[in-house]
Design a protein around this ligand. Structure first.
Ligand SMILES: NC(=O)c1ccc[n+]([C@@H]2O[C@H](COP(=O)([O-])OP(=O)(O)OC[C@H]3O[C@@H](n4cnc5c(N)ncnc54)[C@H](O)[C@@H]3O)[C@@H](O)[C@H]2O)c1
Length: 320
């Protein structure tokens, strides 16, 4: 792809910062919007900017997507070609207790961005969606055409709503949009509220971990570099409209994942087996045929390599 000006929202976040690094290194002009909200320790967001993006050229706006005028100024200042919209209030469990912030960040924030994408004739809009739109699926692997009308968390409901808002902008104004449904993304610089992070932290601190669903859960764990490959390919393709799963294409038992963390940390974990939590699903497993066909998406990283990479980062970053 020839050099483009690309707006990444949520660029201080886990996925957005990795995407920014990759795109800057490929020669693109990257503009980042992030509000550095305190959903988890903002010092990790600051560290991604100061370490992961160290010495790289980019422009950062510390603004909120809910602030239409502030975001509009960014579009006035830069001739943006493409948007990779990663910013969102994430987290399934948190959404049950704090629904309003999901309405603000995910619904209003996304609507503001779609409206500006229309006004400024953006060539391609990538929307970070989620496997959570499938609810508690019963047939596997999950296809993009499977039911998404019964979200079992507020978070999932807002992610599906973002897809619907995006479709109407595509239909009415021919905005090219690709909705990418990510499946449990993990890797260095990952989010502290996600299992791999808290399990690894517990391993080094010698504290017990809570294992929900009595351990009988499976996830399609997707390594960050593979996911970023998929996002970059979607940015390159600029499909008129697509909804695509991005996963590894395999369901990994949670207990195997925990064993891999124990192996790479050299610590054994004490486990509290608990029931499923509201909003959680028992299993995810992506059918990635569509992404393979349309984007030549090809995830490469094994669970073992991915967990090793995460644990190595954790040890270095937290000096344990
Ligand atoms: N990590 C996963 O496993 C996963 C899975 C499915 C979908 N997703 C989606 O991928 C995207 C990125 O997730 P992540 O794991 O990097 O999360 P993250 O929380 O690390 O990153 C999101 C970033 O967006 C910023 N942000 C949130 N609301 C904002 C607003 N209103 N204005 C400006 N900035 C705002 C946050 O400060 C944060 O830095 C999200 O849309 C998330 O829903 C992630």
């Amino acid at each position: 792809m020839t050099s483009q000006t690309i707006l990444i929202t949520g660029g201080a976040g886990f996925i957005g910062s990795h995407l920014a690094k990759r795109l800057i290194e490929e020669g693109h002009e990257v503009i980042i919007i992030d509000n550095f909200n305190p959903y988890y320790d903002p010092s990790l967001k600051e560290a991604r900017i100061s370490h992961l993006l160290k010495d790289l050229p980019y422009t950062l706006y510390r603004i909120d997507l809910e602030d239409f005028e502030a975001v509009q100024k960014v579009f006035e200042t830069h001739a943006i070609d493409l948007i990779a919209h990663q910013a969102a209030q994430a987290g399934v469990r948190y959404s049950i207790e704090n629904p309003l912030v999901y309405g603000q960040s995910n619904l209003i924030g996304t609507l503001n961005l779609l409206e500006l994408a229309k006004q400024y004739h953006i060539k391609g809009f990538i929307l970070a969606s989620s496997s959570s739109v499938y609810g508690d699926a019963t047939s596997f692997p999950i296809k993009e055409t499977d039911e998404t009308d019964k979200p079992i968390s507020l978070y999932a409901a807002t992610k599906k709503s973002c897809e619907l808002l995006a479709y109407s902008y595509h239909h009415l104004f021919e905005l090219p949009v690709t909705c990418l449904r990510y499946f449990t993304v993990y890797g260095p610089w990952g989010r502290p509220d996600m299992a791999i992070f808290s399990f690894t932290k517990s391993a080094f601190e010698g504290t017990p971990i809570d294992v929900y669903g009595q351990g009988d859960m499976a996830r399609d764990f997707t390594f960050i570099d593979d996911l970023v490959d998929g996002i970059v390919k979607a940015l390159e393709k600029q499909l008129p409209w697509a909804v695509l799963n991005l996963g590894r294409g395999q369901a990994q038992p949670l207990m195997d994942f925990i064993t891999s963390i124990e192996t790479h940390s050299g610590k054994s974990l004490q486990k509290n087996f608990l029931d499923m939590q509201p909003g959680d699903v028992q299993k995810t497993w992506a059918d990635i045929t569509q992404a393979k066909t349309l984007l030549s998406f090809e995830p490469k990283t094994s669970i073992d390599e991915g967990v090793q990479s995460f644990v190595t980062w954790y040890k270095n970053f937290y000096d344990v």
